[in-house]
Design a protein around this ligand. Structure first.
Ligand code: FES
Length: 103
């Protein structure tokens, strides 16, 4: 059953920033894109690159290691060398708390 887990305060991740968090045994990258939050797995499926350290353009993040692109909204792969996508997580704003839904 899905659980909502608080990962940080909304004010702690300003627009244009990203960070990764340990949540229920997973490492999740959270991005604030112009005030909208997105959460995906931190590890790039190609070779484990840290996606929270990637560069973002709109809702696309580019892996810092070899340049694979992913859709922040869905985790889908958008460009090589990654063939697979990453899991995306629902983000909930609950007052001052930023929470993600993990299954
Ligand atoms: S580890 Fe991400 S593209 Fe290679």
């Amino acid at each position: 059953m899905a659980k909502l887990i608080r990962i940080t305060g909304v004010q702690d991740l300003p627009p244009g920033q990203a960070a990764c968090y340990e949540v229920e045994g997973r490492t999740i990258a959270v991005f604030n894109i112009d005030g909208t939050f997105y959460a995906i797995d931190e590890a790039c499926p190609h070779s484990g690159g840290p996606l929270s350290q990637g560069s973002c353009a709109g809702t696309t993040v580019t892996c810092p290691w070899h340049g694979a692109d992913f859709d922040l909204r869905t985790g889908a792969p958008l460009g090589p060398p990654a063939d697979d996508g990453v899991h995306s997580y629902k983000v909930i704003i609950d007052g001052d708390d930023l929470k993600v839904e993990v299954g």
